[in-house]
Design a protein around this ligand. Structure first.
Ligand SMILES: Nc1ncnc2c1ncn2[C@@H]1O[C@H](COP(=O)(O)OP(=O)(O)O)[C@@H](O)[C@H]1O
Ligand code: SF4
Ligand SMILES: [Mg+2]
Length: 332
């Protein structure tokens, strides 16, 4: 996996919202990561930490009061500086497929799901003619576990879970090399969560012109879904990526290295079921040092200085890495 080419390379991505009165909201700060062909990177973190803003930046969908810095390269194209014509004609749908966080807002209210799927098939694939369009639309619905007997319904006639699956079906139609899924399992019960993420995984594994695979950036607060399909995990806290890890080491042994990542796993009902105390800081009033300090049981005076992302973790006192843990076990 590591030998494969990056489909997306994000370098120093920051997003600031300029608010009335001159206040600035630091929604994303200095994000660095790659998503490689055939890989699923799960971006996890509590609500409000900047995950969807990051996704919007990659699609050129930020509101007018946003300022960006850094770069996000998809091949030779910098998504942060691409003009709207390029974004709408070649990026959204064709190069980047989006499973949106609010499917209802992305479905056209006055059209049936079938007609929206067929229109997308016609726009993004070589399929032509009524029968071919109909078959391709039905196949896309099937892949996203959208029931065939609801294809002639309008969006308002669908439950939240069905609208989510319709949006997933639309995102899978184009053969986009990068799939960006923002909370793709919202409103689904566990069986459907599994089915949806398995389909996303299959889509990643099967794609690419030379069979080298597509790439998936899956934003989620559903850690079970992340564990099921992710190759790597990026943990976001207060607008910063504080840890990047191989999924197997993160969810298994030796576990996450950043105290916040540990806290996320410990909060799960099937683990320690102990919530992280306190709340994340306001992104408009971040402390100078580590933003997690007020909630962290490992904090010391050193943490008043911002910890840089060295290697794969941004923390002055991280938990042991695999080699350190293995060494300790050997010498114990
Ligand atoms: N248009 C905007 N103007 C100002 N602040 C915004 C805007 N959009 C999002 N934010 C702020 O950015 C932060 C991150 O939001 P978001 O990316 O939606 O979080 P999440 O991680 O839950 O997806 C939130 O604090 C939110 O209030
Ligand atoms: S830098 Fe300090 S406060 Fe921040 S997570 Fe690490 S130990 Fe905790
Ligand atoms: Mg979000």
């Amino acid at each position: 996996m590591t030998g494969r080419a990056p489909v997306l390379s994000v370098r120093g991505l920051s997003v600031r919202f300029l608010m009335p009165g001159g206040r600035r909201v630091a929604a994303v700060t200095d994000a660095h990561f790659e998503v490689r062909a055939g890989e699923c990177l799960a971006l996890i973190g509590e609500s409000g930490c900047g995950k969807s803003v990051l996704a919007s930046a990659l699609l050129g969908l930020l509101p007018g009061n946003a300022q960006t810095a850094g770069s996000a390269l998809l091949g030779d194209l910098d998504l942060l500086t691409a003009d709207e014509r390029t974004l709408s004609r070649t990026v959204r749908g064709r190069l980047v497929g989006l499973v949106p966080q609010s499917p209802a807002a992305h479905l056209t209210p006055v059209r049936t799901i079938r007609s929206q799927l067929q229109e997308t098939v016609a726009a993004l694939t070589p399929a032509r003619g009524r029968a071919a369009l109909r078959a391709a639309a039905e196949a896309a619905a099937e892949r996203a576990a959208f029931p065939a007997d609801h294809l002639d319904h309008h969006p308002h006639e669908l439950s939240g879970g069905l609208a989510q699956r319709a949006a997933t079906a639309l995102a899978l139609v184009g053969d986009a090399p990068l799939l960006l899924a923002d909370e793709p399992t919202t409103g689904l019960d566990r069986d459907l969560v599994d089915r949806t993420v398995d389909e996303l995984r299959r889509h990643v594994d099967s794609g690419g012109d030379g069979g080298e695979g597509r790439a998936l950036l899956m934003i989620t607060h559903d850690l079970a879904a992340a564990e099921r399909i992710a190759d790597r995990v990026a943990v976001m806290y207060a607008g910063r990526i504080v840890e990047l890890a191989e999924a197997a080491a993160f969810f298994g042994a030796p576990g996450p290295r950043h105290p916040y990542s540990r806290g996320l796993l410990d909060a799960l009902p099937d683990r320690a079921f102990t919530p992280i105390p306190g709340l994340p800081p306001e992104l408009g009033a971040l402390p100078d040092g580590c933003a997690f300090a007020a909630r962290c049981d490992r904090a010391t005076d050193t943490c008043a200085v911002l910890p840089p992302l060295t290697g794969t973790v941004a923390c002055h006192h991280p938990h042991a890495a695999l080699t350190e843990a293995a060494d300790r076990a050997r010498t114990a």
